[in-house]
Design a protein around this ligand. Structure first.
Ligand code: COA
Ligand code: AMP
Length: 630
């Protein structure tokens, strides 16, 4: 059957289609109920019972995969390479699960995991899944303030961390960061568990502070089934305000969807080596470093390094050769970083890449120049695909396991089975071919997508389902061409994408506005050659403030680093006399962005005073902010 036949079946016979896919998994109790409406949205496989850790581990060991590598951990930062078989991973997970259970962690208990890219992070995730605890992995590059917000929302009983992380030659002192976050948070977790990466980290004397290895000595625990709809995890993502949104993922629907994608989207086979070069703190890491490859019996690569400077821009190609990687998935930023340092691909040619079949790109828009460069160099299919934390798995792309579609440069692809993707105008009508509009998905969403927001169903419904009744609002804008390919053009809200990391300019504005010298501000993403986008702030100082632009810039850079983290890559702030506003007082952020990027725009009819735009342009030109002025 071709792509269009299978896709049409997935939309017109939705329940049959997903019941067939669910059948591919070993359920403790197979579901009889497939899709149930609930509060304007839907839940999947409501009466099924399943355990994710059993599916990822026990089953493979029983079926003879025990001695196959489940994880290959490769850390150019420490020089370590470790091969962990399915049998060994099962052993570690069942021990750590027993340790957690000893602390009173059980079904529905929340646990935060704030760790570098080490195997113990995956052990912790699977151990939570084994005992029905809900994990929330917080990206290790976030600052204590971000961790504190997540602690207050998720209210974990336990935080699991490590003695340190590594960024090139810099150590990230997690214990200090966790202590600072707990101090700031109102909720105080009972326990903090640390994995010691080296001898000499012996400061675990505080109340509730425990050694990871001590938890490994509490026996083992068997997996027991939980309802399919039981939350597997909370994953916080940036929204338009300072408060992150806790995406909830169920278990059975997620397992069904991920299992489906491995064969049909990524075209892998059990036993293949799958490498998602992302971080376990992001959705790509959850779905394609941890759960999908292990569900499908693949070997997953856990890479604690960078595309460049570890030690050079040949790092990715070295990993592919060393571990015989079959499929690589990374962000366009990583490819741009490699291209910048090795434009002729001389390093690439040093390695044997014969095992590599395909490269997948996602996380941000892939510019055609990068796409062409890497396609020519690799001489293999390069597949852009589009999805988000909320979906948990690809929504647009090329389903390489099914015949019938080929990539088109610049396009994010065609809808993946289960997703009825549409482009709507502001009025809610279907947009014409080529006309840009809101990218939405007609309900019901397929299995595996967010089921709600953690303890905030109202925010879920308001933020995603109310704008266009009957549709899920993705927050992206785009258009569809005459051949049915979709093009994603960017966000319609205050979310930006820096090196594939999703961040909120709304949150940055809240922080910048909180500075005592600042009266008001606008933070927006401007184009960045390497990172895709980076945030900059335009600030209006309070009357009487004499602070220089350089001084306020230094203070604000420090503030964002401290509160969000260095990953925000906030480097510039420019003082302006006033901001362009509508007559009702709304800041015209999109217009400022257009000015910075040098894109044509129509003067908003609601603007209070158009002359302010010339002032802004002048300041941005002087401070070399924005693509138009560099
Ligand atoms: N923990 C702590 N700090 C981190 C971090 C982490 N996990 N990740 C990045 N940082 C820090 C960096 O050390 C740097 O700090 P500095 O300002 O003190 O030097 C800062 O955040 C900015 O980092 P980054 O923008 O990543 O710049 P870089 O020069 O270190 O690396 C790239 C540039 C392109 C190589 C890197 O951004 C990269 O690998 N990008 C791909 C990311 C990716 O895969 N995203 C996909 C998610 S699906
Ligand atoms: P995240 O939730 O962090 O995965 O970020 C999701 C957002 O990243 C999407 O809403 C898009 O704005 C952007 N994005 C992800 N993949 C792509 C892609 N292939 N092309 C364009 N934008 C993308």
């Amino acid at each position: 059957m071709s792509y269009s036949d299978i896709y049409d079946h997935s939309i017109s016979n939705r329940e049959d289609f997903w019941a067939e896919q669910a059948n591919e998994l070993k359920w403790s109790k197979p579901p009889q109920t497939i899709c149930t409406p609930q509060n304007g949205h839907h839940k999947w496989f409501a009466d099924g019972m399943i355990n994710m850790s059993e599916l990822c581990l026990d089953r493979h060991v029983l079926e003879g995969r025990g001695m196959q590598n489940a994880i290959i951990y490769d850390s150019p930062f420490t020089g370590q390479v470790e091969h962990i078989t399915y049998k060994s991973l099962l052993d570690q997970v069942s021990k750590f699960a027993a340790g957690l259970r000893n602390l009173g962690v059980g079904e529905g208990t929340t646990v935060i995991i704030y760790m570098p890219m080490i195997p113990q992070a995956i052990v912790a995730m699977l151990a939570c899944a084994r005992i029905g605890a809900i994990h929330s992995v917080v990206f290790g590059g976030f600052a204590p303030h971000e961790l504190a917000m997540r602690i207050d929302d998720a209210k974990p009983k336990v935080i699991i961390s490590a003695s340190f992380g590594i960024e090139f030659d810099k150590k990230i002192p997690y214990k200090i960061l966790v202590d600072a976050a707990i101090k700031e948070a109102k909720h105080k977790p009972e326990y903090q568990v640390y994995y010691r990466r080296e001898e000499g980290f012996d400061s675990l004397a505080g109340k509730g502070e425990l050694d990871y290895n001590a938890l490994m000595r509490c026996g083992t625990v068997d997996a027991r089934p939980y309802p399919s709809t039981h939350p597997l995890y909370i994953l916080y993502t940036s929204g338009t305000t300072g408060t992150p949104k806790g995406i909830i993922r169920d278990t059975g629907g997620y397992a069904t969807a991920l299992n489906f994608t491995m064969k049909n989207f990524y075209n892998v086979r059990p036993g293949d080596v799958f490498w998602a070069a992302s971080d376990i703190g992001w959705v790509v890491g959850h779905s394609y470093i941890v759960y999908a490859p292990l569900l499908y019996g693949c070997t997953t690569i856990l890479y604690e390094g960078k595309p460049v400077r570890t030690p050079d821009a040949g790092a990715f190609w070295r990993v592919i050769e060393d571990h015989k990687v079959n499929v690589l998935f990374t962000a366009p930023t990583a490819i741009r970083a490699i291209k910048k340092e090795d434009p002729d691909g001389r390093l690439l040619k040093k390695y044997d890449l014969s095992t590599l079949r395909q490269l997948f790109l996602a996380g941000e828009r892939c510019d055609p120049a990068t796409y062409e460069w890497i396609s020519a160099l690799l001489q293999r299919p390069v597949i852009d695909h589009w999805w988000q934390t909320e979906s948990g798995w690809p929504m647009l792309g090329i389903m390489t396991g099914i015949e019938g579609t080929v990539p088109k440069a610049g396009a994010a692809g065609k809808p993946v089975c289960g997703y009825d993707v549409r482009i709507l105008t502001e009025e809610g009508a279907e947009a014409a071919v080529g006309q840009e509009g809101y990218v939405v998905v007609k309900l019901p969403l397929p299995p595996g997508c967010l089921t709600t927001l953690w303890k905030n169903e109202i925010r879920y419904i308001k933020g995603y389902l109310e704008h266009f009744p009957g549709y899920y609002l993705t927050g992206d804008s785009g258009f569809k061409d005459g051949d049915g390919y979709f093009y994603i053009m960017g966000r319609v809200d205050d979310v930006i994408n820096v090196s594939g990391h999703r961040l909120s300019t709304g949150e940055m504005e809240e922080l910048v506005s909180g500075h005592p010298a600042v009266a008001e501000c606008a933070v927006m993403g401007i184009a960045d050659e390497l990172r895709g986008q980076r945030p900059v702030a335009l600030v209006v100082l309070k009357d009487g403030q004499t602070t220089s632009n350089d001084d306020i810039e230094v203070a604000l850079v420090q503030l964002i680093r401290e509160k969000i983290g260095a990953v925000a890559y906030f480097r510039n702030a420019a003082v302006v006399k006033r901001l362009p506003k509508t007559r009702s007082g709304k800041i015209l952020r999109k217009t400022i962005r257009n000015i910075a990027d040098g894109t044509r725009f129509t003067m908003p009819s609601t603007i209070e005073d158009p002359t302010v735009l010339e002032e802004i342009k002048q300041v941005m030109r002087t401070r070399k902010l924005g693509n138009a002025f560099i």
